[in-house]
Design a protein around this ligand. Sequence first.
Ligand code: ZN
Length: 442
Amino acid sequence: MSEQKMFTYREAILDTLQKLIRVKSEKSAALPGMPFGEGPAEALRVFLEEASALGFRTGESSGYAGWLEFGPLDKPMVGAVCHLDVVPAQGWPRAYEPELRDGLVIGRGSMDDKGPAVAVLYAMKSLLDEGVEPACRIRLILGLDEESGSSCMAWYTEHEELPLAAFTADADFPVINGEKGHWTFDLVWDEDTRPEQGFTLWSAHNGTRGNVIPGEAVLTYRLTDGSFEEIETIGKMGHASMPQLAKNAIQYALADALARTREADSSNRFLEQASQVLGTAFDGSGLGIAGSDEPSGELTLNVGIFDYNDGQARFRIDIRYPVTWDIEDLRAKRDLALAGTGFSCENEGDSAPLFRPVEDPLVQVLMEAYRKVSGRDDQPLRIGGGTYARAVPNTLAFGPTFPEDENLCHQKGEYITEDTLLTASGIYREALLAMAEHYGKQ
Ligand SMILES: [Zn+2]
């Protein structure tokens, strides 16, 4: 890959990134002026100090976010969005002691998302050093709370200037031009339908989060003699956005429970209805919402949590729906499927899909920069997960992970390769320049 353009800045990029990794920017209790605690605030201070020394204008937004920029003050703004907070070290003792080894930068935040932030910083520095006079201001926006719900960008978008167009360097290359809608709710059953005596499903407590596909489930049964037995079902753990790679142990445990109940000549209306509504499929067919669209593929459903106590049940449901679909429509279909079943819904949440067709100018500009610098012909991506792009208007996710890169985000041993760092920086440089040109003409 051609990272030559940014090679001049290799030392500076590696130094700055290591300096940032040393700041333990995990979220902690709020302090005055530091809504996410000392770590994220310190990371922003270090970053903006560096940016200011490199010749950028900088600003800070009440401890929630910050930015740096260059270019004509009287022109509109395009840019990039990154974050400086990290997920906890989680049993990785050297997470905050950056290491350079075999062409890797190892440390918490190296890939997610300090490395990409530094790649953008030096992409901008290279444009500044060349004396480029962009037709827009070019700004890097830095958030401090991406890992815990992006309240940083909720603040920024309410109080600060919005970009005319931007990318977030917090996902995969090439451009992600579609992110499925994300709909969550609890499916609740509150009538005890267990028989007075004999074989029955007695209780359960399974799963950890809505977006995690459970790899195992344990159900407790009352046997005909009145004793209790636990039976385990093994599936395959995974992420709710990619159920085709996993097997949901809760759904299979429920199917097993229904079969055992029928075999014992017992009955439990809850189990009959749960099997009808959830089944073992991940396409939402039991809820009457299965289907797909051309840009983004099938709707997927995950049963993340199952609690069953005193005959009352609660499931946490996590659905990723196609980018061109409407939530009101879906809700009506689901309610129709649930009518008369004894299930109701609570704690509902929806994050609308994000979609721009491949003909969209932002998609085009970013893809062109990607192809030109990397020499690769990858196609724009649609995903079931959500990225930081949803938190800022006019923004799409764009790198820094290449299709073949291993990605250890949030895990022990997180790293970014020097090659990815420098190539991404070169792509970002090209993209920022092309965005400024395109949107400056408008
Ligand atoms: Zn991130």
